[in-house]
Design a protein around this ligand. Structure first.
Ligand code: 3PY
Ligand code: MG
Length: 259
């Protein structure tokens, strides 16, 4: 008899155990298969700024299954229809962008929960319930789904206490690139005003009793964010790893041949 997978990532962040993540935008199950044993605790399959469609995140989750990392699927928007489809693929953790207030937070949570707690549409046979093999899936699913909300605008930052306090929000993720832009420093998270906001945000989340997450490819910043108390920190992305590795290797040998 198939059983519903316990969401150990959700448990870990609830208990404040740091979780190291990676962004994946390369849109291919072979990449997911390659990354699954790299040791990361969570890997984002990105439908917002990555070009992933629903089939892409489906097959990448199949490839990640049995590895070290929780598949975290980011929809392009806080949209109950796309969230329903993502959850039906078996994703147990979602990262929802651009949450600006408590009403948007509550709507996001509701989209991820079956009635009566929410409004998630109900199907009987899909990958999420092992095609009908997980008996009692519908009664257990809400408990295993982890809802992470992105605060990444000036308005979202102003409302971070209410967003974090919203029932059913399992974690708050600060989107540093959008947030920096919203604060008037286009794509510049390193700006002191943005750094102050990032530091303040984790304090607000702690006060609300919710774990906070963030992404940076800057290793020093990642270490600093962990020191500030961020619990789930993504430390890079597969596109950057490949581009930087390829550039460095080419440059090394081009230099050797005098170019
Ligand atoms: C952002 O930085 O805006 C993100 O959404 C991801 O880090
Ligand atoms: Mg963003």
């Amino acid at each position: 008899m198939a059983e519903l997978r316990t969401n150990t990532f959700k448990q870990a962040i609830r208990e404040g155990r740091p979780q190291i993540g990676l962004w994946s935008q390369l849109m291919h199950p072979l990449v997911a298969d390659m990354l699954k044993e790299s040791g990361f605790d969570w890997i984002v399959l990105d439908m917002e700024h990555g070009q992933n469609e629903i089939q892409d995140v489906l097959v990448q989750q199949m490839a990640l299954a049995g590895g070290t990392a929780e598949a975290v699927v980011r929809p392009p928007w806080n949209d109950q229809v796309i969230l329903k489809r993502i959850l039906d693929t078996g994703a147990q953790t979602v990262l929802i962008p651009m949450i600006d207030d408590a009403a948007a937070a509550a709507a996001a949570v509701a989209a991820c929960r079956y009635p009566p707690q929410g409004i998630r549409g109900v199907a009987s046979g899909m990958r999420a319930n092992r095609f009908g093999r997980i008996k009692g899936y519908h009664a257990q699913a809400n408990e295993q789904i982890c809802v992470l909300l992105q605060v990444e605008t000036r308005k979202g930052l102003e409302n971070i206490d209410a967003i974090a306090a919203t029932d059913g929000v399992d974690g708050v993720f600060i989107g540093p690139t959008d947030l920096s832009t919203g604060l008037g420093h286009l794509a510049n998270p390193a700006h002191p005003e943005v750094q102050d906001a990032i530091k303040m945000a984790v304090e607000r989340c702690k006060a609300a009793g919710k774990p906070a997450g963030i992404l940076t490819a800057d290793n020093e910043a990642a270490a600093r964010y962990l020191d500030w108390g961020y619990t789930f920190v993504a430390v890079g992305g597969d596109t950057g790893i490949l581009a930087n590795g390829a550039d460095a290797l080419a440059a090394k040998f081009l230099k050797k041949i005098g170019r």
